[in-house]
Design a protein around this ligand. Structure first.
Ligand code: AMP
Ligand code: MG
Length: 419
């Protein structure tokens, strides 16, 4: 049987980064940009009114108040301009245009005076009337979005490596990117095997077990930013199993649960072999998760499918997912090596934890900040089918092989379950 470290090294060795994907901007949410976005326009693309008001030349306003305040400025309104208007008119000195937010500033003007500054009921003045503007100390450029003040055409507005959130998607759209090149999103097929399995939305009869691994593993894949392909459940019979496995083998990764131990109906290893999957290892010194199976299928055209057979017991399945499947998916995604595995920290045990002579043991715990470092509080755990503690755990206490029991107060390694 393999040591855990040797198993992990084999997984890393067989996973290689997928090529980048070109996707429509709207589909890039949550993905990492691989190629910078270069703007094909200035932003704003032309001098733009940023308020509803009157476009004028600031120099036309003469401060007239004795105390240095601006007086009232009367100007003839010669045009009405709204967002979307494509008028290229020129405003002569001493005149102004009524202008709405989002309209291009007409030639001959350099500032916008908000509608609120109009007095004597002239706020409603349209072309042909006059407007009287109060406190006429106008600054050139006021309430104008100057062409290119946000970015220039040709500028790199989103560097490679940007995580595409809603704002980045908006900016890419404004900069003219119809498609963007993003990190690959591995497709991960998930198949639950076992004749005892029933859907989680039904009440299990005698001898039946709800397929809880299905939704759990789909969630685990989604949490990694990969694309889950749920293949549902399949019975322990060679032909249906082979057919479902064959479907899953079209994905970048196949994660199957159940049927990998040594029982009479543990048909999975043989099914993998019949489907052309090369076994890399079967069984690792680990608790929970000893029966884990890993192999690769070399598909026509050079692509590879990584194939994981996880033990059916849910806690084993999840621990094996986090230890083995996670680094494979991270590698496929092109993440740097320091992001492949869950982080590990040191903590002091708040109570004794059980280990094993022959293999490392990973058991659920909560973490708390103590006066001098982290404290790990072991959670009740009855074994590889028990998810109660895991569901609220912050981490897994990792006791190396040979440590049968770690006493309260001892310093242990904890795998953080959240990045
Ligand atoms: P196996 O690995 O197939 O020997 O299954 C080990 C244990 O895990 C058995 O008690 C199964 O009923 C249980 N099990 C297998 N698959 C699932 C699943 N998808 N959801 C919940 N429990 C499962
Ligand atoms: Mg089974």
């Amino acid at each position: 049987m393999l040591d855990l470290e040797a198993g992990l090294a084999l997984v890393e060795e067989h996973a290689s980064v997928l090529g980048p994907r070109r996707v429509r901007v709207a589909e890039a949410l949550g993905r990492r940009l691989m190629v910078a976005v270069i703007a094909d326009v200035d932003s704003p693309p032309w001098d733009r009114a940023m308020m509803d008001g009157f476009a004028l030349r600031a120099a036309d306003a003469q401060p007239s108040g004795r105390d240095g305040t601006g007086g009232v400025l009367e100007l003839e309104v010669v045009a009405d301009l709204a967002a979307g208007d494509q008028s290229r008119m020129v405003i002569r000195p001493g005149a102004c245009a009524r202008i709405m937010t989002g309209a291009p500033l007409p030639a001959g003007t350099d500032s916008v005076v908000p509608i609120e500054c109009a007095v004597d009921d002239t706020a409603a003045a349209h072309a042909g009337a006059s407007v009287r503007l109060l406190d006429a100390r106008f600054r050139p450029g006021q309430h104008v979005g100057l062409q290119g003040c946000a970015f220039r055409r040709g500028a790199e507005v989103l560097p490679a490596g940007t995580r595409m959130g809603p704002a980045a998607i908006g900016l890419a759209a404004e900069a003219g990117a119809v498609h963007v090149v993003v990190a690959p999103r591995p497709r991960v097929a998930i198949l639950s095997t076992g004749s005892e399995l029933v859907s989680p939305d039904s009440v299990p009869g005698f001898g039946q077990t709800r397929n809880s691994n299905g939704p759990m593993l789909v969630a685990a894949v989604s949490a990694l930013g990969a694309e889950p392909i749920p293949l549902g459940m399949v019975v322990d019979r060679p032909e249906p199993l082979r057919a479902q496995v064959a479907m899953g083998l079209a994905a970048d990764v196949l994660v199957l649960s159940g049927g990998v131990s040594a029982g009479d109906l543990d048909l999975v290893p043989d099914t993998f072999r019949r489907c052309g999957v090369e076994k890399v290892f079967h069984k690792v010194r680990l608790k929970p998760g000893k029966p884990v199976w890993f192999g690769v299928l070399r598909r026509a055209g050079g692509a590879t499918t990584l194939v994981f057979g996880l033990p059916g017991n849910p806690a084993s399945s999840l621990v094996c997912f986090e230890l083995f499947v996670r680094p494979a998916v991270r590698r496929l995604q092109g993440r740097p090596r320091n992001e492949w595995h869950l982080p590990r920290v040191r903590a002091r045990l708040a109570a004794a934890a059980k280990g094993a002579e022959d293999r490392p043991v990973y058991s659920p715990c909560r973490l708390q900040k103590g006066p001098d470092g982290l404290i790990a509080i072991p959670l009740p755990w009855t074994g590889s089918s028990d998810m109660v503690g895991l569901a609220v755990a912050d981490g897994l206490i990792a006791l190396p092989a040979g440590v049968r029991r770690a006493e309260e107060g001892s310093d242990v390694e904890v795998v953080l379950l959240h990045e």
